[in-house]
Design a protein around this ligand. Structure first.
Ligand code: ADP
Ligand code: MG
Length: 356
């Protein structure tokens, strides 16, 4: 049985359709990430699952029962927000236990759960502090603790790490994932950050303008993006997408003349990830190097093929003299082909390797 199921769920506000006929399942104990750009409908979807927003159409099933019109409290779901939503005048312990008091859970039980959860999220010794005496990461832990202490099987998280700096965000990512596994909680996690989605999710649901663009494991989204949108959303830097043109011996990258695919090019788009292109000097597709961005572990080189930019990830330091010429190579298995009109992935194109 799925922990959560959305069946053809739509949310409209007068003339805006925020969520457009969305269906997906969340397995019990899994970590599902709703990923997409700002305004695509992630929070609205989450709020409908929580019961904080009415659905306009469709059904929401929670643990096998139709919860479409259940009030939030009956759904037994916890929620963690970006803003933490903790009370400044209450101590850490009081913040964590607030919901349990409201639900009239007895004192000994509250004390037991508090001790356990404080330990679990790493707030030991801080229970009497006020939120103003905590760092951003510790405040986020209070919000997490409050969600966990309710002992609900499902927890919804809406961009919970957006207010933290990069290093702490990374640490908290690892912590949240470990915690979720340890207590076997079902989590639906909203983010616009593809790195967060790739590193945390069992399953990613990529949303674009209120609709599901692609659903799959991080590997599936990386290896076989269903559309040019998915291809350009996953990966840093994202996949190179280049226009093709017709050449005498097959499709060429527009502006260059070596064939990269058999057949016509005008109706297709060529995709390759920066990490799947290599730079050589002898043979390969002629290119001009524009600039290199050294990142420590690797260098992101921007090259131009014909008139089109192509990013290449080169391990280590790679000095670039702007304007110098080089050759680019790749293997056919790393090439993705998309339909130009629809942006959808195409199969069956005969792709050529560009050998060194
Ligand atoms: P996300 O969380 O992906 O950034 P949201 O779910 O918050 O996106 O919003 C999706 C769309 O719905 C946006 O166009 C937003 O402006 C609109 N929207 C959200 N809440 C409301 C509301 N209460 N009334 C009208 N439009 C809303
Ligand atoms: Mg949002």
């Amino acid at each position: 049985m799925s922990a959560i199921e959305l069946i053809n769920v739509t949310k409209r506000w007068s003339d805006t359709v925020a969520v457009d006929d969305v269906s997906f399942r969340v397995d019990e104990g899994s970590f599902v990430v709703l990923l997409g750009p700002s305004g695509c409908g992630k929070s609205t979807t989450l709020r409908m699952i929580a019961g904080l927003e009415e659905v306009s159409d469709g059904r929401i099933v929670i643990a096998g029962r139709d919860a479409t019109h259940e009030p939030p409290a009956q759904r037994r779901i916890s929620m963690v927000f970006q803003s933490y939503a903790i009370f400044p005048h209450l101590s850490v312990a009081e913040n964590i236990l607030f919901g349990l008091k409201v639900r009239k859970i007895a004192k000994p039980e509250r004390t037991r759960r508090l001790a356990q959860v404080v330990e679990l999220v790493g707030l030991s010794g801080l229970a009497d502090r006020k939120p103003s005496q905590l760092s951003g990461g510790q405040r986020q832990r209070v919000a997490l603790a409050r969600a966990i202490v309710a002992e609900n099987a499902i927890c919804l998280m809406d961009e919970p790490l957006s207010n933290l700096d990069a290093k702490l965000r990374h640490d908290m990512r690892v912590e949240i994932r470990a915690l979720q596994r340890r207590i076997g909680m079902t989590v639906v996690y909203v983010t616009h950050d593809q790195t967060e989605a790739m590193s945390m999710a069992d399953k990613i649901i990529l949303i674009h303008a209120g609709k599901i663009e692609q659903e799959g494991t991080p590997d599936e989204l990386y290896d076989r993006p269903a559309t040019t949108f998915a291809a350009s959303f996953i990966g840093t830097p994202p996949m190179n997408l280049l226009a093709l043109a017709d050449g005498p011996e097959g499709a060429v990258l527009d502006g260059s003349n070596a064939p990269v695919l058999d057949g016509s090019g005008a109706d297709r788009i060529f995709g390759i990830r920066p990490e799947h292109v290599t730079i050589t000097t002898e043979s390969g597709l002629p290119a001009e190097l524009v600039v290199g961005d050294y990142l420590g572990a690797d260098t992101i080189v921007i090259a131009r093929v014909g008139g089109q930019p192509m990013q290449v990830r080169v391990p280590g330091r790679f000095p670039v003299t702007p304007g110098e010429t080089a050759r680019l190579c790749w293997s056919a298995e790393h090439v993705h082909v998309f339909d130009r009109a629809s942006g959808r992935r195409m199969s069956g194109s005969r792709v050529r390797s560009i050998a060194a």
